[in-house]
Design a protein. Structure first.
Length: 260
């Protein structure tokens, strides 16, 4: 990219994070395996008994099958965002890992690119684990559901870039509460995760369409239920454009922060 000192050396940063992950994989594996069980029990079995079936894509859909793909999308968002906010901030500010990397031939752009791609990889790993659990309940339609894996990386890339921008501007680690409250929580609740967007008033539907999680939920739901259509390409394009815009902003923001 013009103006950025970026080469394939960013893979070394990704490799470093992966090596650390391998040492803690037993703990890291637990949330993606247990979270879908808790959510499916609480919302699918408990609330699903009250809601019954919903109409999605012109077909009647069991509520449990409706929310299962949304749980995958939420995990994609949270895995990437938390990795490139709290975890990246700890590596940068407390562990001084970034300072150590800058003492090598690595550039700031290569370090941040490796961090962002690792955040997307965490989303991919978490999605693969969740798919194993959700598949046990017969809630994924194969072979279409296999496309959830590249969708997870794309969605993870989008939220990793957003998380890194937050890391570039927050003064302290406690300040991450603001983007969590103002950015992540509204998407968790109003992105078509637990109820159709048609239930919202017109202005709220328009607001939801601006949120990246809405498009990720739509993409994951269509892939999981095997109800593909050309309209879902809009979600792919939106996530690609979101990543393309936020990625250079993340690089510029972190460059300003690290060279102060």
């Amino acid at each position: 990219m013009i103006g950025f000192d970026l080469s394939r050396r960013f893979v070394r940063v990704w490799q470093r994070n992966f090596m650390v992950y391998r040492n803690t994989w037993k703990i890291s594996f637990m949330p993606p395996l247990l979270e879908p069980l808790f959510y499916l029990a609480a919302f699918g079995v408990g609330l699903g008994g009250l809601v019954g079936a919903l109409t999605y894509g012109g077909k009647s859909t069991d509520y449990t099958a409706y929310i299962a793909p949304a749980l995958i999308a939420i995990n994609i968002m949270q895995s990437a965002f938390f990795e490139n906010t709290y975890a990246s901030f700890v590596r940068m500010f407390y562990m001084k890992t970034f300072d150590a990397m800058l003492a090598t031939p690595l550039t700031i752009e290569e370090i941040i690119t490796g961090e962002i791609l690792w955040g997307a990889t965490k989303s991919l790993i978490g999605t693969a684990l969740m798919m194993v659990v959700i598949s046990i309940f017969g809630l994924l339609h194969y072979p279409h559901a296999l496309l959830l894996l590249p969708a997870a990386f794309l969605g993870g890339l989008a939220f990793a870039c957003a998380g890194m921008i937050c890391t570039a501007i927050v003064p302290t680690i406690e300040t991450f509460n603001l983007p969590l409250f103002l950015f992540i929580t509204p998407m968790f609740l109003f992105s078509g995760t637990f109820f159709p967007l048609d239930n919202l008033p017109g202005w709220a539907q328009l607001f939801a369409r601006i949120l990246p999680l809405t498009h990720l939920v739509e993409l994951c739901r269509s892939l999981a239920l095997g109800r593909l259509s050309a309209s879902k390409l809009v979600a792919v394009v939106y996530l690609v454009l979101w990543s393309a815009v936020l990625f250079p902003l993340a690089l510029m923001g972190m460059r300003r922060r690290l060279i102060r």
